[in-house]
Structure formats: structure tokens, C-alpha cells
Design a binder for this molecule. Sequence first.
Ligand code: BGC
Length: 770
Amino acid sequence: MKCFRYFSRIFSWALAVSVCALAVSMEAQNHPALGERPQLGDSVVLQRANSLLRQMTSDEKIGQMSQIFVFGSGLSVEERVRAGQLGSVLFMTEPAQINRLQHAAVDGSRLHIPLLFGLDVIHGFRTVFPVPIGMAASWDPSLVEKAQSIAAEEARSAGVHWTFAPMLDIARDPRWGRIIEGAGEDPYLGSAMAAAQVRGFQGPYLGAPGHIIACAKHFAGYGAAEGGRDYDGSDISDDQLWNVYLPPFKSAIDAGVGTVMSAYMDLNGVPATGNKWLLRDVLRDQLHFKGFVVSDAMAVNSLTTHGFAKDQQDAALRALRAGVNMEMGLGKTAYGTTLAESLKAGKISIKQINDAVRPILEAKIRLGLFEHPYVDEAVAKTTLNDPNHRIEAMHSAEQSAVLLRNQDGLLPLQASRYKSIAVLGPLANSQADTNGSWVFANDFNETATVLDALQRQAGTDTHFEFAQGVQIARKFPSPFDSILKGKKQAPWSESQAAEEFAKAVQTAQHSDLVLMIMGEAQVMSGESASRSSLELPGKQQQLLEAVVATGKPVVLVLLNGRPLDISWAAEHVPSILEAWYPGTRGGDAIVNLLYGKATPGGKLPFTWPRNVGQVPIFYAHNTTHAPEAQDKRYWNEASTPLYPFGFGLSYAAFSFSNLHLSKPEVKSDESLDVSVDVENTSDVPGDEVVQLYLHQQYGSSSRPVRELKGFKRVSLSAHEKQTAHFTLSKSDRTYWTSATRSWVTDASKFDVWVGGDSTAKLHETFSVRP
Ligand code: BGC
């Protein structure tokens, strides 16, 4: 970088580039440490990008706009990299292989432009953290920021510069498998988690050492797929789009997210990746996004599949015009194959190409890739093996767990009371299922299952006996089966299955207590993992019932990425702990929680339905006719959920009092302060999440019965009381109304509730005058 600055003062850019390119390759041979990399000013970055653009041929520019999947060594694409046909690749994870391909770009291509290496670093790189829905359940943005900064540090040390995260799709239909990848149903919580993740990945500025570029995805509305079926179209009203689906993206953009991914599906009939209104009018003009847009994988080519584009050339043209800067593809991209011809034929201008490429070059410049294209493999090794990262992952898993039921205080377990413990279920000893989806760079051998952790941590006088009991599998295979590593078990024969089931029940019979580790296997949740029911897959429910029938005390630990139909368990199993897919140190975290070395304090980031027939169900619905019968909308089943949004128990107990608003009335643009006392009324320490909900009583639109507008996770020692403070500002009362098709802040009367979940009772009101 120093040499760039020096030469730019004296010589023309052309000379600087060639000399620096030489310097870059010499620097790289010595594997320099990254050191300090101060933030570059916008004008410096722009100037450098423009100077580079002036030297590039149109083919080289088009090359920068293509990204392809590369698995393994990357040898097969080296020629294309040397020829300047690719700007980025994704899915490489090995530092040595990344360095090698980077050499092809830096030493081998005419202008020495480095590649950007991308990967889905969703919940960790080598160290696996809980899946995003679990991290959101911590209701602790600082924890989430820390986790993603560790993921970024590890990824960057290995040579990965760019993550396709965070996923910001609001999901109100748990049939959709990708609910696991987001922060759940709520735009306020989703926005807080969005900003925290961007800060974690990117650090204080784009290009900060040890950090990577984030990518807000999938823009926009992917979570509303019809029927929860992955990739199917979304029909979203403008009211819902502006008030529910877009706020997390706005939050990520305000936090400086460097890239955005255009979604696969049709949004109100127009594919997101060819949707000019969405990608230009909304994303650029209204949300003020300044970085670059990458398509979802193969989404440009699939504009033809949608019956939207005529052919591949038309698809590329329409994606480019809509605002997709880079196409993510496999093999030959539509951009690489057709844009040169479209340019020649005058269907697009070189200005359009320049405008698309410039932010890609700017990102490479900001990241310091021209100065530091390679990674130090020795440093990578140390970073990836940092024991503190594993400890942080364990802490995250403890913080994200949600205690759903705990009859008669069965948990935490008294070690002296239960000397022989049955450990049952298909997920009790599965490393893959402890990690969850989107793990490509981890070492499975490092993952502690619940059984591993029990055996390691327990006192010598406690005996744990494991019996798997059942096997679970998808009816249709997952596209990830071949990509995800980890041990696979051969399917049992019918007689073997019967034997294993009986063995598990017998194990329960001769034990003092039973731990059942159940839920969904790794590939049952995530992309291409939607389902039409929410039941426990396979014969888990039957096993649960048979074990409960033994009369032994049972603790159910769930590993999963979506709410499951556990209505029966919620009545018959004394203790239920939602542990999500908790990651590398997940087993240890669960054991700490079970034995009270850690106390559950997570809260649900979604409304937990009683069964699939209630879907979609979310707390922030509108009040309508006959509200007194709201909980009896079905004649066969209560319309209330099994567990409300924001719900979660603790080993401690809390009470709320002294809800105080600073003013009974404010002007439209004024704020008011809210305070409330929260007290730990128990003898043990614990965390409570203080949640503030708001409701507008009348106005331009009907508004939801309540909406989250503030939260704080507080740690309280036994009998400690604290006062939590919130500010309700104009933006908390501003919403988009279809009455005037614009943003509005109504003069109205408002309800405020504060408490430990979305059914909070402590109530006050205030008025807003015009
Ligand atoms: C997913 C994206 C992901 C991309 C690259 C796509 O199938 O929808 O979320 O980033 O693959 O792995």
C-alpha cells in the first residue's frame, strides 16, 4: 500500500501498477504479516479503481464479474484465472490451495488483479458456533458480534475474504428449512442481529485486518417462500415488505455491509435476481447500499427457468441491468459467456460494465488484496487452532440454549442423585448433527457430542449408558450429502432397528434418569431442507413415549434448527432443553447446562407452534374482528402457540415491577424513556432478557397487537435487582402504510408492555400528539 501511495504522487497509474505488481509478487514470496491496515478514504479507493479500469480490456472487466464454485485444489480453473476470466471463486478452504490459485491470478494474469475468495462462513469456520437461529436465541448482539469476528479471523487467516452471511430473511414458516440460518420471525431482533453480524465479520471498517466482507442475503423476501418450500415464489405485500422483510437489510446496510446477495425466488412475480425495482430503486436509492451485488448461485442462469428471460444472453442482460454486479455460477457463467457479445451488439454500454465492475475492484482494494494477496500458512494453523475460539464457541452454545420446560426443578441435575444415566437418541453421539448445517472447514474429530462430554466431564461414580434407539433419515436425499464431511452410519435392517429400539427402552428401565438427545439430523434443516410436517422425524416420538412409560425421569435435549411438534412432550416430559445445533463444543455446553455449571437464559426468536396446521403463526399479527376469541380461531385446537416468541425459562426466577415512562405524552418527533425494575427472586444467579413491546391503538393502518421495540439481556445474581432503561424514539413509531404508500408517524395512543416474553403483562400507555 505504501508503494501505491508513493507512486501515485509521482508517476502515472500505469507505471505504478506494473511496479507494484512486481512488488506485490516479491512481497508475497516472503509471506508478510498483515500488520496495520488503516481505513482507505473513499476517494483514494475510487481513484485506484478507476485507474485500473482504464487499463482493463472489456473481457477482463467481464471476467471480474464472474465467480465460480471451486472444490479442492483449484487446478482445473488456473488457466481461466490466468486469462483474467474470473474475479472470484468460492468454496476453497485450504490456505495452501488458496495461495496457489492466488498466485495464478497475481503472477499469471496481465494486470495482476487478485482473486476474491468467498465461502459460506455462516456459523464458524474451523471452530463451529451454534447455528444462527441459536445465536439469535441468545438475544445478545455482543455475543453474536464476537462469534462472527472469530469466524472472520479464522476464515481470513486461511485466505477466505468474503462470507455469504448474514442471512437476514425473516422466517415465519418453520417448514422452510432455512429458518435455521436467520434470526427468526421478528424484524427488530433480526435488525439487531444483522448489524451485530456485520460488525463481527467486517470489524470497524471494510478492510480491517483479520476481518472479511459480509454479504447480506437473500435480497429480498426469500423467507416467505410459498408453503415453506425452498426456492418457491414469495408474494409479499408492500406493507410486509417494508415493515417486516426489509428492516434487517436496512440495518446491515447502515452498519456498512460490503455486499448483498440477490435471492433466487420470484418476488411478487418478478425474480429477485432480475428485479430492477428491487435491486436499484429499493436497494440503491432507498436503502443507500454502496457495495456490490452478487447473485445467488446459478440464479442468473435460472432467470430462464423462471420463464422470465428468453435465453442465457437475455438472462445476463437482465441481471446486469437490474443491478447484479457479479454472477455466482458453476463452470461457464452467463456473464462470461454472453456479455462480450451483448456489448459488441450495443445491447449494453461499456459504462454499464464499468459501473458493475468498479465496486468489485473497490472491495479488493479496500481489503488490501493488492498488497497482501496471500496468507501465511503457519499463522493460519495457529489461528485455526486457537483454544480461546473453542471456549468462546462453548460459551455461545450455553448462552443460546433455551429451557422450554422444567417441571419440579428436575434441572439442573443433582449429580449425587442420579448415578446411572441412560443417554438415548440418534443425535446423542453424532458429531455432524452436533454441528449443524454449513460446516465446510471444521475438523469433525474436534466436535464434542453430548455423550463425549458426559463421559469426559462426569464424576467417576456416575455411569452413562448409550443406546441410539432409532435412526433418522430424509425421504429424499439432500444436495449437501456429498459435500458435508463427517461419519455416516449404514442404515439398519428392520430386525436390527427393532433390537436397537428395545435396547434403548431397556437401558432406560435400568437407569436412574434418562437423557434423550433428539431432533433433526444435520441435513434435515438448512438449504433444500424444507418439510411438510414438524414432527420428530423417524420413530423418535415412539421412542420418547416408550421411555416416558418406564416412569423414569426424562430430560429431552433438542438439537434442531426449527420448532418441532413437541406438543406431547410438552405435557409428558418433565424437562426440555432446546440446544439447537450447538457446534464444536456443543456437547460440553449442554452438559454444563444440564449440571448447572451454566444456566439457560436464551429466549425463542420465533413463535413455537403446537403443530404444523397453525403455520404461519407469529406474535406480531394484527388485531381483527372478535379479538376476545383470538385464541379460539380454530374449533379443534387453541390458536395460541405452544411457546410464545421471546419465551425461555431459567434455573433462576424473575419478576418485573415499576414500569415507568418519562412522559405521558410526546410530540410526534420526540422520544421518551422507559424504565423497569427486574429482580432475580431466586437463590441462584441467572440471566433474564428484558423485552419491551409497543402497540399503536389507531392510525393510518391497523398495527400489530404488539411489536418488539427494545430488549436487554441482564445477568442477575441471587436476589439482585436492576433497573433496565430503554428509549422509544420516533423511528420506533414510524412505519410504512399502504393507505398513503409512504412512511408515517401517527398521532395516536400507544401501549407499552415490558416483561420476559411477548405475553408480558406489565403495562403503561402514552400518547403522541401531532
Ligand atoms: C445459497 C446461498 C449460498 C450459495 C453459495 C446457494 O445455494 O442459496 O445462500 O451463499 O449457495 O454456497
